[in-house]
Design a binder for this molecule. Structure first.
Ligand SMILES: Nc1ncnc2c1ncn2[C@@H]1O[C@H](COP(=O)(O)OP(=O)(O)OP(=O)(O)O)[C@@H](O)[C@H]1O
Ligand SMILES: O=P(O)(O)OC[C@H]1O[C@H](OP(=O)(O)OP(=O)(O)O)[C@H](O)[C@@H]1O
Length: 216
């Protein structure tokens, strides 16, 4: 009996950067999610399909077995908690870091030293809470879903916790990085039951992904 596999990916950088890994496993996706409105994309392998979901929803689809495997950023996995997910491979793609940033001229170190209560906007509430708690910094966290960099510019917050790669977005908005929380890259996540029940079909793909991502 053939085993059907469903891979959950998000549009944009994760899809683009996973394509070469899929290619290394002999899989090519037949349609481009940027131009197609389809959410289920066939591949050259009749037993493998790709579903297109929000980046932060990838762990949920995999956790519940709606996808057998997926690709998600460490940032997203930290917020999700990783329940029900096997995380065998760091794919070394979509690399960035999670950092604390403030407006140029804001004396973060002295505010922290004085025990000030800081307002922080972020999409990563759980990770931010753990970070500041570990450092003993008092914060009020405000959840946002995007454009975190605006927070300090419009008086919503003193600081942001967001992803930084080139630093271009921070520079463009006159913000500076003051703390590096954690390095981020994307991981392959596999549904724990699928790993047992579909191992025969999954393992060669996992092996190809691992080899290709190590070569990066
Ligand atoms: N500037 C960046 N450089 C490198 N990797 C990044 C960058 N920004 C985000 N990432 C990584 O890529 C992943 C997907 O980011 P993407 O921007 O495609 O989705 P998103 O818009 O953050 O997610 P959602 O649609 O759920 O809000 C992030 O979870 C992170 O791990
Ligand atoms: O340091 P940089 O290279 O400027 O990258 C950092 C930016 O990248 C991410 O946003 P993204 O480009 O994914 O935009 P979106 O999440 O708002 O779609 C992140 O939220 C930062 O805003």
């Amino acid at each position: 009996m053939t085993q059907q596999l469903t891979l959950a990916l998000s549009k944009g950088r994760i899809f683009e950067e996973t394509l070469p890994l899929l290619k290394a496993a002999g899989i090519t996706v037949s349609e481009d999610p940027e131009s197609s409105r389809k959410l289920i994309l066939p591949t050259n392998d009749p037993d493998v399909r790709v579903i297109i979901v929000r980046a932060s929803d990838v762990p949920t689809y995999v956790q519940y077995g709606a996808a057998d495997f997926g690709v998600a950023g460490k940032d997203v996995l930290l917020e999700h908690g990783g329940e029900g997910l096997y995380q065998p491979i760091d794919l070394n793609i979509a690399k960035c870091r999670l950092s604390v940033a403030v407006q140029e001229g804001f004396d973060y170190a002295s505010a922290v030293r004085q025990g000030a209560r800081l307002r922080v906007v972020t999409k990563y509430v759980k990770t931010a809470r753990e970070h500041f708690a570990a450092k003993g910094v008092h914060v009020d966290l405000i959840k946002l879903y995007g454009s975190m960099e605006l927070g300090p510019l419009v008086g919503l917050s003193d600081a942001i916790v967001d992803l930084v790669s080139t630093g271009g977005t921070l520079r463009a908005n006159k913000l500076v990085e003051v703390e590096h929380i954690i390095d981020i890259s994307s991981r392959l996540v596999v549904n724990q039951a699928a790993l047992k029940l579909k191992r025969e079909r999954l393992q060669p793909i996992l092996d190809a992904f691992e080899k290709a991502s190590k070569a990066k």
